[in-house]
Design a protein around this ligand. Structure first.
Ligand code: PMP
Length: 300
């Protein structure tokens, strides 16, 4: 949407500015560096992420937003004749990539409370992917449920898309050491206020990461601009600011949910930075249009 008097809630961006360290990094950016190609291995950003999350540099992959990382992962890991599994109500791009790469897929239904049922993912498949917390529902699986799902899927790659994990759910990064087939994808777009910089990353076993690297290097070696590399590293290094903004977003989410409930909305408990709500009397398209008239953008 164009214009400056807008409240834009429809792509789950962060209302707070990026970490102060990001502005510092920009101030000190040597633009002569732009003459040259960036580091194709993105070593400094990879190292900062590895240090922050307590994994090895060879267990980290970076890309142009998590969309790029996930698309690359579909291409790399989802290539059997068996269907890939993801929830029927989930991130809409999974279906788009599966169609684009001609990957068969099935979409198990969420339960009545909009939760993923791990047992739906016990059947034979060509890979599993879901967001945790799920989008657009905001509902999350516990680490124990994720581990259960992994134990039932030892023969395929399981991708947990943690775009919204920093707002309250448990990350599965701690499981990559134990499960060689687990890939955990995260992004700077939401919790680190850097959607415009396009920085995403994945954590997994050395085997998964080196395979992703091999595919990436057969497609486009220089995915990450020098500017994005510097900004991404600065944001990872500012932990206090990150924790504080995530806490504030979660507090606003919970307060907004209470206020919406007081207005008669039914609101699903969310661990993300968005709310999934319905009104018993007003249809969603009506609410969408009325809010749009006022310059407030939501999704239905
Ligand atoms: N996964 C999920 C579940 C998302 O909602 C989004 C953002 N729309 C993404 C991945 C991609 O985000 P980005 O490419 O900005 O990292």
């Amino acid at each position: 949407p164009k214009g400056d008097r807008l409240i834009k809630l429809n792509t789950n961006e962060n209302p707070y500015p990026p970490a102060p360290g990001v502005a510092e990094a920009l101030k000190h950016m040597d633009i002569d560096r732009f003459r040259k190609y960036p580091d194709p291995a993105a070593s400094d950003l990879v190292h900062a992420l590895a240090e922050y999350y307590g994994v090895g540099d060879d267990q980290v992959f970076v890309g142009v937003g998590s969309d790029d990382v996930i698309a690359m992962s579909f291409l790399t890991f989802f290539n059997s004749d068996k269907p890939v599994l993801f929830p029927d109500v989930s991130y809409s791009f999974y279906k788009v990539w599966a169609d684009l790469f001609a990957i068969p897929y099935e979409t198990p239904a969420l339960d009545e409370q909009f939760c993923i049922r791990p047992e739906d993912y016990y059947r034979e498949n060509g890979g599993v992917i879901f967001p945790n917390p799920n989008a657009p529902t905001g509902r999350a699986l516990s680490l124990a449920e994720i581990e259960d799902l992994l134990q039932h899927n030892a023969d395929c790659v399981v991708i947990i898309d943690e775009a919204y994990v920093d707002f309250g759910a448990e990350s599965a990064i701690s499981l990559i050491e134990k499960y060689e087939n687990l890939l955990v994808v995260q992004t700077s777009s939401k919790s680190r206020s850097l959607a415009g910089m396009r920085i995403g990353y994945a954590f997994g076993s050395e085997t998964l990461i080196s395979t992703l690297e091999a595919v990436k290097n057969s497609y486009n070696s220089y995915t990450m601009a020098s500017l994005a590399l510097a900004v991404g590293e600065a944001s990872i290094r500012d932990e206090a600011y990150f924790r504080e903004t995530c806490r504030k977003v979660a507090a606003t989410r919970d307060r907004a949910a209470d206020e919406l409930r007081a207005l008669g909305f039914e609101v699903t408990p969310s661990l993300a930075n968005f709310l999934f709500a319905t009104h018993p009397k007003k249809a969603a398209p009506e609410i969408f249009s009325a809010l749009r008239e006022k310059g407030i953008f939501i999704r239905y």
